[in-house]
Design a protein around this ligand. Structure first.
Ligand code: FE2
Ligand code: FE2
Length: 453
């Protein structure tokens, strides 16, 4: 791999002149987008960054100081498996698809575009955060996450250009045209249109929303469309760091708040973030992230699985039966204004199956933060809201639930909303604490230093 290549890659791009030219044409538009929508105020700064240069378990990354617009965004796929097979669905056991099967073309393009759209969206959401980083350590983590989301966009654009021809190129252009939070040309998924303008939002976003990415990518890493599977496997390597940033970031806020609580009940007096506010941010990002999995009952999920395009989490490691046909799944629906159980075909419930895996993973994060509270001698605990709470997609959208998942009236919801979701006042207070701290070894007052410091 040559870091001086215009587009570093391990897909032998030089052997496909047409594709190389198409991507080289897209490259300056990408750089323009990065300059316009990437980290504001830091484009000319030297930043210590990890650059992917290979996919091997040893030495896949190169570290150096770079100016972000000069970052080498590359295309890296895990090596092809000889004799790869479709691992689930109606075509289980047949050779994996090396080209896009005509009958699945639209479905596959939609999957890739939807995933691809989240990547630049998060860079846009986070573009002001460099100005208020709580430490140099956090600033580096932010920019590392940002450039890697840029690389994830490249990963999806490579598939669009390489496998979908003209309409793929159009979709790749559109990925640079939509803007997070813009009412006229918003990003596709709602979590990616929400503001992420303070560092508590950033940690909650990387904890909960990047973690949705882990589950989507894991399901796509099982795909029978092999180029997609190989791409997603490598993206997961980078994604692990993003979730680490969120998980430990929130943990450090909790640790600092716990320290301050021992000095004074009212941590605001001491410039800390009250646990209630942390809880409301958790409620907000967890519920929006649950929406990203799609409807509880979904014909798309059944179609994607049947076609061998999108599997279950750890499909190969965790299951022995890979058709998921003639099985059922029981979920809770609303019927005549009440919660009821309903059995649906398993294939139609695969969004919910994936969501449940995600919830289990999130609970581990909560356990880690609660251990910090416990070890600080406090009895108060953080928790995840019920998955029905504050949903905008699927079975529970259009209904109101309390934080425990009980069906309530719209009026009840409105009267409790300020207990459950961040208020304008919460957001203003958190923003008031955000000041840039960049002296080496220094840290903002509202957060504990990273472990080991
Ligand atoms: Fe990503
Ligand atoms: Fe990420």
């Amino acid at each position: 791999m040559d870091l001086n290549d215009r587009i570093p890659n391990n897909v032998n791009l030089a052997s496909d002149k047409k594709l190389q030219r198409a991507l080289e044409k897209w490259l300056p538009n990408y750089i323009d987008w990065w300059r316009e929508m990437g980290p504001d105020g830091f484009q000319e700064k030297d930043v210590w960054l990890r650059t992917a240069i290979d996919v091997g378990s040893e030495g896949w990354a190169h570290f150096d100081y770079v100016k972000m617009p000069e970052y080498r965004w590359g295309i890296f796929l895990e090596p092809a498996q000889p004799d790869a097979k479709v691992g689930f669905g109606d075509n289980y056991g047949r050779p994996a698809y090396q080209e896009v099967p005509g009958e699945f073309r639209n479905a596959l393009r939609r999957i890739i575009v939807t995933q691809g759209d989240t990547e630049p969206a998060s860079v846009e959401q986070q573009r002001q955060l460099g100005k208020t980083c709580p430490s140099l350590y956090d600033m580096r983590n932010l920019f590392q996450v940002n450039v890697e989301e840029g690389r994830h966009l490249w990963a999806m654009v490579y598939l669009l250009h390489g496998y979908f021809g003209r309409d793929g190129r159009d979709e790749a252009d559109a990925l640079l045209e939509r803007r997070s939070g813009n009412p006229d040309k918003p990003r596709i998924l709602e979590a990616f249109n929400q503001p992420c303008d303070d560092w508590l939002n950033f940690y909650a976003f990387t904890m909960f929303t990047d973690r949705d990415g882990k589950y989507q990518l894991s399901a796509l890493a099982e795909s029978g469309f092999e180029p997609l599977a190989r791409t997603c496997k490598f993206m997961l390597t980078e994604e692990a760091h993003h979730m680490f940033v969120g998980d430990t970031g929130l943990g450090r806020v909790v640790r600092r708040t716990a320290e301050l609580m021992k000095q004074d009940e009212n941590v605001r007096e001491l410039g800390g973030i009250p646990l209630e506010i942390i809880q409301r941010y958790i409620n907000f990002w967890f519920s929006y992230s649950l929406d990203l999995f799609g409807g509880e009952i979904s014909s798309n999920s059944a179609d994607f699985f049947a076609a061998g395009l999108k599997g279950r989490f750890k499909e190969q490691d965790q299951y022995t039966e890979h058709t998921a046909a003639n099985q059922s799944f029981t979920l809770t629906v609303i019927e005549d204004g009440r919660l009821k159980s309903r059995e649906v075909p398993l294939r139609n419930a695969l969004n919910e199956v994936l969501r449940n895996e995600y919830v289990k993973d999130c609970e581990k994060g909560l356990a880690r933060w609660n251990k910090i509270l416990h070890d600080s001698g406090l009895t108060v605990r953080l928790f995840l809201p019920n998955p029905r709470f504050h949903r905008h997609v699927g079975e529970y959208a259009g209904h109101d639930f309390d934080i425990n998942g009980n069906l309530i009236s719209k009026e009840e919801f409105e009267s409790h909303k300020s207990e459950w979701l961040p208020t304008l006042e919460d957001r203003e207070y958190v923003r008031s604490l955000m000041h840039s701290v960049v002296e080496p070894g220094k840290i903002a007052n509202w957060i504990a230093p990273p472990a080991g410091n």
